[in-house]
Design a protein around this ligand. Structure first.
Ligand code: 1GP
Length: 251
């Protein structure tokens, strides 16, 4: 069970690494290459999805990933059409930093009966969008205002409210391709307020950045864009997270 694993890892301070795969940006060859690179390093999850997906190839991506590795695939859907039963789990996202009712509960109502029939593990996730220094696709598509990056207390109160509502994971996202990743100070503030595992992504480009976010309290580091441009980033980030775990994890 993915949620159980994330909660146990949180308790033992073991950080995990997720690679975000954007179905639009990958062709079968590049996906195979990326996935086989990921097998050489400690990569805990693949996240698959995007705020706007133009090519209908989630199924093909899943087929290629599943044929190459048993790293669990978690759907990170921008919309209900991205749900697919061949994945291992799905982030059941509620955009709690926004005030768009469709993304707080509307899409979820439509997806719920489909998810019940599938064997997907449903991961209730409070999704918090933070200003990453530029307008990203998710900002535009969601038509919501990101939390200003110098307002960690807003992020902390939003995360706390999310967990009071019963959400099990909190995802702090600066948006794919963000200029600036989430400030460690904001992660720290959220960490002080909640016990739930914290996923952090958007604009992370190096192992050092990932390490600082882990120190601040992030539990899962998500990287997409930086890896698409340079597969060596997988090694840099996974080894840094591993080095954090070697020093800090209670086993
Ligand atoms: C975006 O958190 C993810 O939702 C990853 O962002 O592509 O910028 O790494 P990047």
């Amino acid at each position: 069970m993915i949620l159980e694993k994330l909660i146990k890892s949180r308790q033992s301070q073991k950080k995990s690494f997720a690679i975000l795969l954007d179905p639009d940006k990958l062709n079968p060859k590049s996906l195979e290459l990326l996935v086989s690179k990921a097998k050489d390093y400690p990569v805990d999850f693949f996240f698959l999805g995007g705020s706007l997906v133009m090519k209908n190839n989630i199924e093909l991506c899943l087929k290629i990933i599943k044929a190459t590795t048993d790293i669990p695939v978690i759907l990170f859907p921008g919309d209900t059409y991205q749900a697919h039963p061949d994945a291992d789990g799905i982030l059941f996202l509620s955009l709690i930093s926004g005030r768009n009712p469709d993304l707080l509960i509307g899409k979820q109502v439509i997806a719920a009966p489909y998810l019940k029939k599938s064997k997907l593990e449903v991961l209730p996730t409070g999704y918090i969008l933070v200003d990453g220094g530029k307008t990203t696709t998710v900002h535009y598509i969601s038509q919501t205002l990101p939390i200003p990056r110098d307002k960690p207390e807003i992020a902390a109160c939003t995360a706390l409210a999310g967990t009071y509502l019963g959400l099990k994971l909190i995802y702090l996202d600066a948006g794919s391709g963000a200029k600036n990743s989430i400030p460690p100070g904001m992660v720290r503030k959220v960490r002080e307020e909640i016990d739930a595992p914290i996923i952090v992504g958007g604009g992370i480009r190096s192992g050092d950045e990932a390490f600082k976010l882990c120190e601040a309290g992030a539990d899962t580091i998500v990287v997409g864009n930086a890896i698409e441009g340079d597969y060596d980033v997988i090694e840099d980030i996974s080894l840094k997270i591993q080095s954090y775990n070697k020093i800090n994890t209670y086993l």
